[in-house]
Design a protein around this ligand. Structure first.
Ligand SMILES: Cc1cc2nc3c(=O)[nH]c(=O)nc-3n(C[C@H](O)[C@H](O)[C@H](O)COP(=O)(O)O)c2cc1C
Length: 234
């Protein structure tokens, strides 16, 4: 067993290790990558990839993404924009969008429209001014709720956890199976592993908890609508 004491390492060494070889970033994997679309108060549109993203709360549905401060201690544009205009979009990143995604990764000046840098297509949202990515099979419109500052040992290790309420989900019908589920194998979501490693979903299997089906809580983990006629196999 290798024991890594995360408390007594020199901050700069830890930061380098985390990016290059430390196991921490490889533990929560695979992390789906989301494109966060936002707009500044001056109307400049912004697109940036975030892998520290998750869904939280199902009713109302919320998502959060974590943005580290830049090395100079300033906040990322996605965070500033979400707060200033009260909204952002989340767009699923797929394997076919890998190259476009990498084009948005450098830290551009706030007046640069990263949709244009990526070559992806900007589409209007229904309810918010932040734009969506046409090429993404699933897009969500979110209202900004709160930003939680998680202090790091140095400014560049400090994160802003941005929480938004999902008010609308857009699904491209070409990626929906006849039973109503998202066709994940066709979507091929792109996901981060640690280091410079990525993965994509190439296998899906089902598993249901039998006890939860006999006393189901609608919408909860393991629950499936009885009208779908699905059975538990031992
Ligand atoms: C695959 C991928 C995942 C990323 N995940 C994150 C992340 O979770 N948090 C973060 O702060 N930056 C992340 N980045 C870096 C941001 O995309 C990058 O700093 C971007 O310039 C931020 O743009 P913004 O200032 O417009 O928000 C990621 C980049 C890539 C390519």
């Amino acid at each position: 067993m290798i024991d890594i004491d995360m408390r007594d390492r020199e901050a700069e060494v830890l930061f380098t290790e985390l990016n290059e070889q430390n196991a921490f970033k490889s533990i929560a994997v695979p992390r789906p990558i989301g494109f966060i679309g936002s707009v500044s108060k001056d109307g400049v549109h912004n697109l940036a990839a975030y892998s520290q993203f998750t869904n939280v709360n199902f009713d109302n549905p919320h998502i959060l993404f974590a943005a580290q401060l830049r090395p100079d201690g300033t906040r990322k544009d996605s965070v500033v924009n979400a707060e200033e205009t009260g909204c952002f979009t989340h767009n699923m990143v797929t394997y076919s969008m890998l190259e476009a995604m990498n084009k948005t990764a450098p830290s551009y000046a706030p007046d640069v429209d990263e949709f244009e840098m990526s070559g992806l297509t900007k589409v209007d949202s229904l309810y918010i001014p932040a734009k969506r990515v046409l090429e993404s099979p699933v897009q969500m419109e979110c209202e900004w709720v709160q930003t939680v500052r998680l202090p790091g040992r140095t400014p560049k290790c400090t994160s802003d956890l941005v929480i938004g309420r999902v008010i609308c989900i857009h699904v491209d019908e070409n990626y929906v199976l006849p039973n109503g589920k998202l066709d994940i194998l066709k979507i091929r979501p792109l996901a981060r592993l640690g280091y410079a490693d990525y993965t994509t979903v190439t296998e899906v299997f089902e598993s249901r908890v039998k006890s939860m089906l006999s006393d189901p809580i609608p919408g909860s983990y393991g629950w499936m609508s009885p009208t779908r006629g699905l059975e538990v196999k031992d």
